[in-house]
Structure formats: structure tokens, C-alpha cells
Design a binder for this molecule. Structure first.
Ligand SMILES: [Cu+2]
Length: 703
């Protein structure tokens, strides 16, 4: 609903801008009509234009009113405080000032025979109180249009003062201009002549040139201010303490010594991320070597992909381990010039093992190696990917599945299938490297676990299981409590999210359809043969009320040490010198996004609000968030832990986590193109420092 209403409001504001601009021009030209007949006809026509612009204003006001009735104030408070007065007040002027004057003008000209317009009529047709309201409405619509494209989020009067003042000054100037012109028209003995079109065009161009010249310095300074710094310490930033304790020393974290590359100041209360490692000694239970290299890889259909791979395959090898095992992964970069790392998405490893270039390590450049060691403490479905130039790296193939099996043995005959879906540029969607329907033989009665992982940027991938009842056993690697039986339900995953689906193989065929149509999927049947079953109508899966409640270490009624707000939105502006529409966090793009500061042990609540126009899968590293509520409604089903939360436009989520994993942790949109355009921030533990830096002069570019 929210997305539609907001789009309609945008269209209505744009329409109002066009209509009021035309009406303003027509009002301004009334005085130039030399004959009484023409003045009468034009006055009547302008009355119609008053009706047109009013209809557009009604559409704008209705949209805001609808939002006010249905949504929380954060979605509409700026619209109510700015959009409505900016278009509402001028339209009232049109009705209470322009319209009565136009009607009188129409009536009076009707009484008279046709002839030249005299000075009195000219003066009446050009009075400021008749002409200016239409033009003030156009200015109001223009200012509203600006606030639609650059919403003042979070809403602060300082953010709106400049555009509103500019609006007020222009209104005053217009009014004065029309008053003077009306006086002049009254004094003149002959009809005013409209200047020829080349003169008018030249004058308009002149106005545009002057306006551009005035705006240019602001534009250039905003462009320059948006450029990413050459070197930036992730330990610094726009600190937000969430109402919690502010560390001593001036209320901001100052790690400039590290930014300059000096050694870390040693103090009892600070720790470098390099010290926050997994077990450095001990014989690993599992050892893997992942070599990053460029390679042309063939999909099952024969299509070729110029990929960036781990070990020459797309996706990279599946890493399977058992709960509690010590894992050692050696990363070798053979020839990826941009550098690589490995981030263990969803696995809450110690900070130094998190694999974020510029925050927890330097990017591994060609010829270099890096070793990660961690205990696989969580059971479930995860994945790994490079967190250096991650938008390009993940899209090209530097990722793979990571599965942690429970300590106790799984059912012997369990069919455990990983379904990694990705869109290979130039080749299309695939499950792993299989871009056609894959057929499998699964005996009736076999327990099946499908591990759905969507690694593709931007796409909300849809999975429909046809031919059997099933359960969603886990979300983002965490098992659900007593999941209910589902049928005719489609599962949607944004980038980075995972669902584990379980069922017992029936006598007939089962088809996991990926995306629309039946071009891609997994076909299972007891003998491997059979036809694809037809797709029934489905409803979307809603995790909020699914499964049964179970005790959690904290809940919505807990007392929180810190409470943060993340407002996701989009606005026109600059990022690193480029002008475009950007997805923002609290009105900003990196590095001006907030840095949430916590102290180890804090219980933290974050409210995530999506005021924007697209979905954002918000991914917090190193922690799992317990979802408390969605759009004001408490989670009533199984405890729902997430590391990649799909926040749709118009939705509000309250999530909570215990700050029990010290470090510097990225918190970003996993639509990696959004992250690469600044939709990224980080969670900062008090007292943690980093010797690593990001920025244009460094080789670390995590997004
Ligand atoms: Cu996003």
C-alpha cells in the first residue's frame, strides 16, 4: 500500500507542478488581451484551470491523509508538515482571492459590448491578488517536488529552512512584481503588448542562466564534499550512542592516530580488531584452501560465464563442517587484481575472522595469502563471499555455501540439498551452475532438507515447492520452533537470506520451482522420471506468525541499554562526486551514515523503518537479531532470528541483539549495489580500534 500511495503522491505533485505552471502563465497573460470579449473568454477559461489545479492538490492531500490514517507518523510527518501547507495554502488563495475576482471580471465583461479594454479593466485583470496565487501554487508545487526527491529525513527544521525560506522570498518577489505591473497597466492609456516570443524566450533563458549561476557553487561544493576521503578509519564516524553511556573523552570516539597509520595506543581499555581472533593454536578439524582466480566456466546449458572463482568453480566449493569443529581456511589470491577476502555470511565469528577489507583485515592482493580460523559454533545454512569490491566480486562468482551440521549425526538417509540461486550476467538464473531443470531420484519416505540461499543482488527470488506438504525448518541458519505444515505457499528471499525447507518424500513427484514459470528448478521423483506438476496459486510465506513461541534470552519487554533508529529512504544527491538518486540510512550515505556505538554486554534494540521505494535486505555482521515486531505487530510465532532482514517499503521492524561479540561490524544493505553506493554503516564497540583503513588512497574497498 505504502509504495503505491507514495508513487501516486509523486505523480500528483508532478501533475500539479505542470498544471499550476500553465495556469500561472495564463493568469499572467490576462492583461494582454486587448478586447473585452477575449478578456471574458480567458477569464472563464482560467476558472476551469483553478478547478484543474485544485483536483491535483486534492490528490496530494488525499495521499498524505491516507498515509496518516494507515501508517506510523515517521512515514508521513514530513509530508503533513511540508507538502500540505506548501500546496494547500496557495490553493486556498486561488479560491478565496483569484476565483472571486475572475468571476467578477467575467460577469462585468459580459455586461459590456466588445471593444478595447480600458485601464480599469486592465488593472483588475493584472492585480497581484488575482494572478499571483496561481504562481505561488506553482512555486509551492516546485518546493514540494524538491521535498519528495530530497526528503528531510530525519525530520529537522534545519533541513527544511533553506528551501522554505527560498520559497517565501520568491513568493514575496512575485507578489511585488505583479503589484507594480498592475499599477502600470492601470495608468497606461493603451493595451499592453505581449513581447515577441524571441524576447520572451531570451528572458527565460536569462532567468535560467542566473538561477544556475546562483546554484552552481552550492552544487559544486556538495559534489566535492561527497567525495570519499583518501583514507578513513572505520573506528571513526558519526557516533550514535542510542541513548546509552557515552564514553569519557568528549563524547566521540577519536582514533585519528590509527587513521594516520600510527601504532595503536595501548591502554587497558582498548583492543585492536587484530587481537579479536579465533583460536590461533590447535590442530584444525577441517582445513580448506580457497584459491581466488579468474576463469571461464560453463553452465549446465553450455553457456559460458567469465567468472571470478574460488578454486576455479562457480559457486565456490561447498564447505561442510560439524558443530564445534575448529576450521582453518587458507585464502590464496592468484590473479584477482582488485583483491579478495572471505566473509562468513551469517556465522558470528570473532571480529578478526570476519573478512571485511578495511575494517578487519587488508584486502588480499594477487600473490598474497590469508588464513582464517574459527570455531563453527552455530548449526545451519550460511554462505561465504568476498567482502572486497563485494558488488562485483559476488556477482562474478566469489561465493559459496557454508553448512554447519549438528554435532549429533543427521538421519542416515537424509537428502540434504543446497540450492544456491544466482543470476550469472549474460547467462541468466541458475541453481549453482545448473541453469536448467535438474532431475533427481529420491525414494519415497526419504527425509529431504533443501537449503535455499539467494546470492543474487537485487532480485527477490521466489521458491515454490509443489507436490508435497513441507515446513520451513530454519531462517538465516537458525531453527524455528515447531514449524507448521505449509502447502501452496511461496517463499521469497532477498540477497543473503536463507530458508531451510524440510519434507518427507511422497510417492509422487515434487518440484521446487525457482522464479516464475518452470524454466528453473529441482525435480525429484522416486524413479527420476515424470512430468513437471502444474503450479497452483500460492500465498506468500509470513514468518511473523509461523511456528510456536519458545523462551528467548530477551524479548520486546526487556529493558534495553541502547535504542537505535535506522530510517531507510532514497534521495537525490551526491555520492563520491556522482549525482544520482541514492538509498540512504538516516538521510545519509557512507561515510556520513551513523556509527552505532555499543559497550560489550549491552542489550540493543534497533528500529528499522523503510520509507523508501524498494526492498532492503539489512545485514548485520557478527550478531543475530531477534525480530520483536513487524509494522507494530509483535512476532507471535516461533522466535525469529535473522542476520539478513528483508525490510519492504512501508515496513517497520523492531529487532534486538546482545552486544556479545566485540569488534567493528558492518551493518549494510545486502543489495550490494546499494551498499556500493553508500548504503552502509557499522556497529562499533567502545574501546575497539583498527589498524586498517578504507578510502580512495587505500586498496580496501569493502563494498
Ligand atoms: Cu538496499
Amino acid at each position: 500500500m505504502y509504495g503505491i500511495v507514495v508513487s501516486i503522491e509523486l505523480a500528483a505533485v508532478l501533475l500539479l507542478l505542470i498544471l499550476s505552471w500553465i495556469a500561472g502563465g495564463k493568469a499572467s497573460k490576462l492583461v494582454f488581451h486587448g478586447s473585452i470579449d477575449r478578456l471574458r473568454i480567458r477569464s472563464r477559461k482560467l476558472l476551469w484551470w483553478a478547478a484543474y489545479v485544485s483536483a491535483a492538490v486534492c490528490a496530494v492531500v488525499s495521499c498524505v491523509a491516507l498515509l496518516a490514517v494507515r501508517m506510523e507518523p515517521i512515514f508521513w510527518i514530513d509530508r503533513a508538515a511540508l507538502h500540505i501547507p506548501l500546496v494547500g495554502v496557495p490553493v486556498l488563495f486561488v479560491w478565496f482571492s483569484s476565483v472571486p475576482k475572475l468571476m467578477n471580471l467575467y460577469k462585468d465583461t459580459k455586461k459590456e459590448a466588445d471593444g478595447p479594454v480600458n485601464g480599469t479593466l486592465r488593472s483588475r485583470a493584472s492585480q497581484a491578488s488575482l494572478v499571483a496565487p496561481f504562481q505561488l501554487l506553482a512555486l509551492g508545487a516546485l518546493t514540494t517536488f524538491y521535498f519528495v526527491l530530497v526528503p528531510p529525513v530525519p525530520f529537522e527544521w534545519l533541513n527544511v529552512a533553506i528551501p522554505v525560506s527560498l520559497f517565501a522570498i520568491l513568493c514575496f518577489a512575485l507578489w511585488t512584481l505583479h503589484r507594480r505591473r498592475s499599477e502600470r497597466a492601470g495608468r497606461s492609456d493603451t493595451a499592453l503588448k505581449l513581447r515577441s516570443w524571441p524576447v520572451r524566450a531570451l528572458r527565460n533563458v536569462g532567468v535560467l542562466v542566473i538561477a544556475s549561476a546562483v546554484a552552481a557553487p552550492f552544487f559544486i561544493s556538495a559534489m566535492n564534499a561527497s567525495r570519499l576521503p583518501e583514507e578513513l578509519d572505520m573506528g571513526t564516524g558519526v557516533a550514535d550512542y542510542g541513548g546509552g553511556v557515552i564514553p569519557a573523552g568528549g563524547g566521540h570516539l577519536d582514533h585519528t592516530a590509527h587513521a594516520a597509520g600510527k601504532p595503536a595506543a595501548t591502554s587497558a581499555s582498548t583492543v585492536s580488531v587484530t587481537q579479536l581472533t579465533g583460536p590461533r593454536t590447535g590442530k584444525p578439524d577441517r582445513q580448506y584452501t580457497l584459491t581466488a582466480e579468474k576463469k571461464t566456466v560453463r553452465l549446465s546449458s553450455g553457456k559460458e560465464v567469465d567468472a571470478w572463482t574460488y578454486n576455479g568453480q562457480i559457486p565456490g566449493p561447498e564447505l561442510r563442517m560439524k558443530e564445534g569443529e575448529l576450521v582453518e581456511v587458507t585464502l590464496i589470491n592468484k590473479d584477482i587484481e582488485d583483491g579478495v577476502t572471505i566473509h562468513w555470511h551469517g556465522l558470528d565469528v570473532p571480529n578478526a575472522e570476519d573478512g571485511v577489507a578495511g575494517a578487519t583485515q587488508n584486502a588480499v592482493m594477487p600473490g598474497e595469502t590469508y588464513t582464517y580460523r574459527f570455531l563453527a559454533e552455530q548449526v545451519g545454512t550460511f554462505w561465504y563471499h568476498s567482502h572486497q569490491h563485494s558488488k562485483e566480486a559476488v556477482q562474478k562468482g566469489l561465493f559459496g555455501a557454508l553448512i554447519v551440521e549438528p554435532r549429533q549425526p543427521q538421519a542416515k538417509d537424509l537428502k540434504d540439498i543446497t540450492v544456491l540461486t544466482h543470476m550469472w550476467r549474460g547467462a541468466g538464473f541458475a541453481i549453482g551452475s545448473s541453469d536448467t531443470v535438474e532431475r533427481m531420484t529420491v525414494a519415497a519416505g526419504t527425509p529431504v532438507r533443501l537449503r535455499l540461499i539467494n546470492t543474487d543482488d537485487w532480485v527477490r527470488q521466489t521458491y515454490t515447492l509443489i507436490g508435497t506438504e513441507y515446513q520451513v525448518a530454519a531462517i538465516d541458519g537458525t531453527d524455528l520452533n515447531k514449524p507448521g505444515t505449509l502447502r501452496y505457499t511461496r517463499l521469497g528471499l532477498l540477497t543473503g537470506g536463507r530458508y531451510d525447507v524440510t519434507f518427507t518424500m511422497p510417492d509422487g513427484p515434487v518440484f521446487l520451482s525457482v522464479g516464475e514459470g518452470k524454466k528453473l528448478g529441482l525435480f525429484m521423483s522416486p524413479d527420476g522420471s515424470g512430468d513437471l506438476p502444474s503450479s497452483p496459486p500460492t500465498v506468500p510465506f509470513e514468518p511473523q506468525h509461523y511456528g510456536s513461541p519458545a523462551p528467548t534470552p530477551f524479548d520486546a519487554d526487556s529493558r534495553f541499554d541502547r535504542e537505535f533508529t535506522m530510517i531507510l529512504d532514497n534521495k537525490l544527491g551526491f555520492y563520491n562526486g556522482v549525482f544520482s538518486s541514492y538509498d540512504t540510512i538516516n538521510g545519509a550515505v557512507f561515510p556520513n551514515t551513523p556509527m552505532f556505538v555499543v559497550r560489550e554486554g549491552d542489550l540493543v534494540k534497533t528500529t528499522i523503518v523503510n520509507r523508501g521505494s524498494v526492498d532492503h535486505p539489512m545485514h548485520l555482521h557478527g550478531h543475530h537479531m531477534l525480530v520483536l515486531s513487524r509494522s507494530g505487530e509483535r512476532v507471535s510465532g516461533s522466535p525469529w532470528w535473522s542476520d539478513t532482514l528483508d525490510v519492504a517499503p512501508g515496513e517497520t521492524y523492531e529487532v534486538a541483539f546482545r552486544a556479545d561479540n566485540p569488534g567493528i561490524w558492518m551493518d549494510h544493505c545486502h543489495n550490494l549495489q546499494h551498499a556500493a553506493a553508500g548504503m552502509t554503516m557499522h556497529l562499533m564497540y567502545e574501546g575497539v580500534t583498527t589498524p586498517f583503513t578504507v578510502g580512495s588512497a587505500t586498496s580496501n574497498h569493502p563494498e
